[in-house]
Structure formats: C-alpha cells, structure tokens
Design a binder for this molecule. Structure first.
Ligand code: GLY
Ligand code: MN
Ligand code: MN
Length: 410
C-alpha cells in the first residue's frame, strides 16, 4: 500500500494523543531460531508503519509546538542475514512508511530516555485482547519499559488504535476487496471439486487456489464442518468424512497485505440441497438480506443482531420449529457482526456504526438434532446512507450454487 495511507494512520493516532506524550509500538521480538512468521507482526505497529519487520519500534511524540515520528530498525548483520534474511535498509523503510527519521535500535533506549525525562506520559501497547491470552512480545517489552520509568504516566495506546482502526481508508478497502476476491477463487475451487471426501481434502482446494491467486496469508484457521460438525461454531479439526446428504459449512478467508476477508458459505456435498436443508438455508439467507438492508450509520451491531433474532422468531414459528421467541437462542447462539480489518476480529468499540467501517454479516442456524449447521457470511461496508456487500460476487443463492456445481464439478 502507498505510504500516504500510513501517514494518515499516524496522523489519526497523533490527533488523539495528549500534549507532551510519546507513543511507542513494537513490531515483535525475534523468536529464537524459528522461521519468522510475518503474520505475527503486531497489527498496531503495522498500521502506523507499513513495514513488516521484527523488533522494529515506532515512536511518536507530540507537544504543543511539534509532532515527531521515528522508526527504529535493525542494521545489516551478516549472521542474521544468513538465518532470517537481511532487514530492510533505510531507503526501503522510508519508501514503505514515509517516516523520515529512521534510526538503529541500539539507540532506542537513550532516545526514549531523553523524551521520558520531559514527557508527562507514554502510550504503551499493553492491552491484551482476550483475558486468556499470553503476553505477546510487544506487551512484554512495553511492560519492561513501564517498570523502568515508574515516574511516567502509562497511557492506553490500545484505545487510540481502537478508535483509529475502525474507519477504513479507500486503500484499505481496496486491499480487503482483493482478499475477498481471492477468497472467492478458493471457494469456487472447492465447489468445482465438491463430493464425498474428508473435510480437510475439500479444504485443500481452497488452500491451493488462494496461494495460486496471490494471497499473502490466511485471515484465520479454516473451518470445514460437515453435518453436525457445522453446529459447533469454532470447529476446526476438519477431519471427518463429508457424506452425500450432508451440508458442509466453510468459514474461511484469505488475507492480502495483512487485510482480512471473513466469509462463510454452506454447500450440499451431493450438489443438491434437500427440501429441509433448503428451508433452513433460505431463512438464514433472508436474515442476511434483512441485515444488509438495515445496516447504516447510527445503528450498533447489537441493533443488527436484534434484526436477526426478530426475523428468526417469526420464521421459525411459522415452520413450527419453535413456539416462542425465547427459543431462538437454542438455534442461533452468536452475534451477527464484528469489525474486520487487519485482524479478522478487528479492534473496535461498541458505539454507533460510521461510514467507512467494515463489518461481517453472518447469521447462522444450527439444528443439532437434525445434523444441520448453516452460516452465510459476507463482509459489508457501511456507507453514508446504508451498507454495501463487498462479497456480493460469492455464490449464495440455492439455485446458483446447484447450477455452479452441476456445470463445474470435475
Ligand atoms: N471466522 C470467524 C468469524 O466469522 O467470526
Ligand atoms: Mn467467519
Ligand atoms: Mn466473522
């Protein structure tokens, strides 16, 4: 992506910083002799730098007169180059990030000390997303700094990133569209080979196709859940035999330059939906269409979820699956939307939606006693007056799915 995007991102963070403070964000520390995984780069660091490297640190400083941006990188080292490749030279870091003040990491501690002697606070990236998550390298390093400078106020960087990362720039939306379009290729590869086989074998068609079409990674671990497995929301063993007569629920996504797609589709292994499967499938699809038609700035993701629950209450009563609206939660037990971006569950705060945010639209129905699990998930962009579906091109009408399989199955 163009460096102008990362400049805008830094500005969005600087604008929120209090006077006379610094912000420090670490990419990730080198982990032993393991092969480095670019997907583990701290997304907040990437958001302000656009540079995929390990150990680097971005420092932003703000007071009434000025704002400063610095990035600290590794110098060339022959031994490390043999193991991990050479770090990006200064010219490339400048080209990617637009940060002009580029220094070596060996000077970081003294530069930080000089700021902290005058600053009233430092924003550290020390919040974890989940309570059960271990400290990542960024968190550990930040904590070390916090204990070394006990007189400096520790401020919450995560809050700044949450606010800034929710609304996407045009270039970020383009990146996500690419990830979605590659995901579509992967889904079509599955459909062209669908039939009785192990779930992981069907998954492998996706893997091959997205790599071939230029995905830079996976947005998350693929779910390929046939039959009753589809009623477990985070099933990812993918090791059962998918049988004719069963549906299979795929929840998957490619990533493109760190930006994620998050798509779910549910297909019949035999190529044809049974009448019963079609009935439930079209109810899920109906809920999804309602959410797309309702989503707009000012509503929250909770409001959207209520649209699904109300719709299901009516439809499931009509077909006699439930008697009372309170029973919907037996068959639908997750939310319909979350934000998507550099992470599949992107940083966000619960507040009314704004134009430029990208969220999932993923109603599901899980009827365990009938071995039916269905989820249909698209990625939608909130606009000034509503929302548009970014994954519109990925097949989801019953007739289109059956026709595609008939025409393309090898
Ligand atoms: N793939 C995870 C989710 O849909 O939320
Ligand atoms: Mn998903
Ligand atoms: Mn999702």
């Amino acid at each position: 992506m163009n460096k102008e995007v990362f400049k805008k991102h830094r500005k969005a963070i600087l604008n929120q910083m209090e006077d006379n403070t610094v912000l420090m964000v670490v990419s990730r520390q080198m982990g032993g002799t393991t092969v480095e995984d670019k997907c583990n780069v701290n997304r907040n660091y990437y958001y302000v730098s656009g540079v995929i490297e390990f150990q680097n640190i971005v420092l932003l400083y703000k007071n009434k007169e000025q704002e400063k941006e610095m990035i600290f990188i590794n110098p060339y080292d022959e031994y490390r180059a043999k193991w991990f490749g050479a770090p990006k030279p200064k010219e490339e870091v400048l080209e990617l990030s637009g940060i002009e003040d580029i220094r070596y990491l060996s000077t970081f501690e003294s530069v930080l000390a000089s700021y902290l002697n005058e600053c009233k606070g430092i924003y550290l990236d020390i919040d974890r997303q989940g309570l059960d998550e271990d400290d990542n390298a960024s968190v550990s390093y930040s904590k070390k700094i916090a204990s070394k400078y006990p007189f400096v106020q520790i401020l919450d960087a995560q809050k700044l990133f949450r606010n800034a990362r929710m609304v996407k720039e045009e270039e970020e939306i383009e990146e996500m569209k690419k990830a979605i379009s590659i995901t579509r290729k992967g889904i079509e590869a599955i459909l062209s080979n669908i039939g009785e086989m192990y779930e992981y074998q069907l998954e492998s068609y996706f893997d091959q196709a997205i790599k071939y079409h230029g995905a830079t990674g996976y947005a998350f671990t693929t779910i390929a859940a046939s039959g009753v497995n589809g009623t477990c929301l985070h099933y990812s063993k993918n090791d059962s035999l998918a049988k004719n007569g069963d549906l299979i629920l795929f929840d998957l996504g490619a990533s493109c330059n760190m930006y994620c797609a998050d798509i779910s589709r549910t297909f019949p292994i035999s190529g044809k939906f049974s009448e019963r499967q079609k009935l439930f499938y079209n109810i899920v699809l109906g809920a999804q269409k309602k959410v797309l038609a309702t989503a707009r700035p000012g509503l929250t993701t909770r409001d959207l979820n209520n649209v699904v629950i109300e719709y299901y209450a009516e439809e499931l009563k009509k077909i006699g699956l439930i008697k009372d609206a309170s029973e919907v939660s037996k068959y639908y037990y997750h939310g319909v939307s979350h934000h998507i971006g550099l992470e599949v569950h992107d940083l966000s705060v619960i507040e009314p939606l704004k134009a430029g945010e990208i969220i999932s639209n993923e109603p599901g129905l899980y009827i365990k006693e009938e071995g039916i699990g269905i989820r249909i998930e698209d990625d939608i962009l909130i606009t000034e007056n509503g929302a548009i579906c970014l994954s519109q091109e990925i097949l989801k009408e019953v007739d289109d799915i059956e026709k595609f399989i008939e025409e393309h199955r090898k």
